[in-house]
Design a protein around this ligand. Structure first.
Ligand code: BUP
Length: 454
């Protein structure tokens, strides 16, 4: 046993988009001989989270779980259940102090999700333990969060500046199209905004800000953030991505996919928390049919999986399934996305651009057809396009309420026509270099471990 090996506690919050990168980081640090405690807030919001946690602990006997029972919390207004969980965890976090003060061996650091960073930072300071944040979105979206208070103060919408189409960001950061910024960002009373404002104060107090991205992919943004000119005393930005999947991420068993030609299938998923309207789902079905393209579609009917009860045929219609049975497969429920993206039959990914999905596609060199919906997704879609990983058809996949099947078909054909339009395989090569031995992200992770060795 390495006596100097650090003991690191990781504390994710709610939603698979926040949980997955924490599990991947925990697994990776454990393979590098760190002692790992994973704090899990109970109860979880979705079944996907509790199932994933069970699988993770079953396959990582060396990682300790610390179940953290939350105090009851009833939000006064109707809010997103995942946001409610962020607040509930923050409200309960003081109860963590006694659980962590006695832990053995003593903690070397806590890595927390951004959404609870301020409260965790307070506890960690009391325990004399350094805090790190793991950011689960792009460095580009992080730069917006870092400048949140300045941007809200100078809110161009408040000033009535009609016609403004992009806003200036501080010191060397590229201007941001106003339409890419989610409207709740500018509303100081909205939970989206209060979660950012109450936690961004910790950016100057923590020892480092890990981001699931890699130098090559977002080099300019990372460089500017680390130049010290954006926010005073901003902790160092530490790109550690793309985080790799761990061995027990449920194997896929899809004989249909195994029988499809190489790079012929479009994979479709809008992530774990985004459900398109029923009308839009049907138009997407029409688009797939018109395109004639093979597809594997993970269908999601409601925001939280435990409420997702409707059968596939009730959403898309029996006749659609019958007509497309030789071309495509529609699945409801959890599948291992990372393994699907790694399958040789997959040639493109129609994605909402949740950041984990983007990093998985980057690591596996799969071109993305971006159809962002809300939150950070439009900013992420722009990063995808700038890096050459894919296409964001703004005019089509955005401006209108309902995108019709004809338009969707055209974009699907465009992305599936071939990699020569994009440089997805080059991106994959750069991503593999970054997390391979001696690569930029590998060096950052090794540097953090060395710093934490006693
Ligand atoms: Br759905 C689904 N299987 O069936 P994102 C998702 N995932 O492995 P989101 C599966 O969950 P936020 C499924 O590979 C990714 O690691 C997927 O995270 C995995 O989007 C993660 O892509 C989903 O960031 O989260 O769920 O919308 O809103 O937090 O970005």
């Amino acid at each position: 046993l390495d006596q100097t090996a650090p003991h690191i506690a990781l504390f994710p919050t709610a939603g698979m988009g926040h949980l997955m990168p924490f599990l991947r980081l925990a697994s990776m640090l454990a393979t590098r001989n760190c002692t790992i405690t994973l704090i899990t807030a109970q109860p979880t919001v979705s079944a996907a989270e509790s199932n994933q946690l069970s699988r993770f602990f079953a396959s990582h006997e060396n990682i300790r779980g610390l179940q953290f029972q939350l105090l009851p919390y009833k939000p006064s207004t109707d809010i997103d259940p995942f946001f409610a969980q962020f607040i509930s965890i923050s409200n309960s976090v003081h109860l963590l102090h006694p659980l962590l003060s006695d832990i053995s061996p003593p903690l070397s650091a806590i890595i927390t999700d951004f959404t609870i960073a301020s409260s965790v930072c307070k506890i960690a300071t009391d325990l004399s333990v350094p805090t790190y944040i793991l950011i689960t979105t792009s460095a580009r979206f992080f730069s917006l969060m870092a400048c949140h208070s300045q941007l809200v103060e100078n809110n161009p919408k408040n000033g009535g500046d009609e016609g403004i189409d992009s806003i200036e960001l501080p010191a060397g950061l590229a201007p941001m199209p106003l339409s890419s910024i989610p409207p709740p960002f500018f509303n100081p009373n909205h939970y989206f905004s209060t979660i950012i404002s109450s936690n961004s104060t910790s950016f100057s107090k923590v020892s480092g800000i890990l981001v699931n991205t890699f130098d090559w992919f977002e080099s300019k943004t990372i460089e500017v953030l680390n130049s010290g000119t954006v926010v005073q005393d901003l902790a160092p930005i530490l790109p550690v991505g793309p985080l790799e999947s761990f061995k027990a991420e449920q194997a896929i068993d899809l004989p249909w996919l195994d029988n499809q030609p190489a790079k012929s299938v479009l994979f479709i998923s809008f992530g774990s928390r985004t459900a398109l309207s029923k009308d839009q789902l049907r138009e997407l079905g029409t688009g797939l049919e018109i395109s004639g393209c093979r597809f594997l579609w993970i269908l999601k009917g409601s925001e939280v999986d435990t409420q997702d009860k409707e059968a596939i045929e009730d959403i898309l219609g029996e006749s659609f399934l019958e007509r497309t049975k030789n071309k495509g497969l529609v699945i409801k429920g959890w599948v291992n996305q990372d393994q699907i993206l790694a399958h040789p039959a997959i040639g493109g990914f129609l994605s909402h651009c949740g950041w984990n999905s983007v990093m998985e596609a980057a690591r596996l060199g799969v071109p993305i057809l971006a159809w962002p919906q809300h939150g950070d997704q439009r900013v992420n879609a722009q990063v995808v396009e700038n890096a050459g990983l894919g296409l964001w058809a703004r005019d089509c996949f955005w401006e209108k309420m309902l995108v019709n099947g004809e338009e969707i078909a055209e974009k699907i054909r465009e992305i599936m026509r071939g990699e020569n339009l994009f440089k997805a395989s080059e991106v994959g090569e750069k991503a593999r270099q970054a997390h391979g031995i001696g690569g930029s992200s590998d060096q950052v992770i090794q540097g953090i471990i060395e710093t934490l060795k006693k």
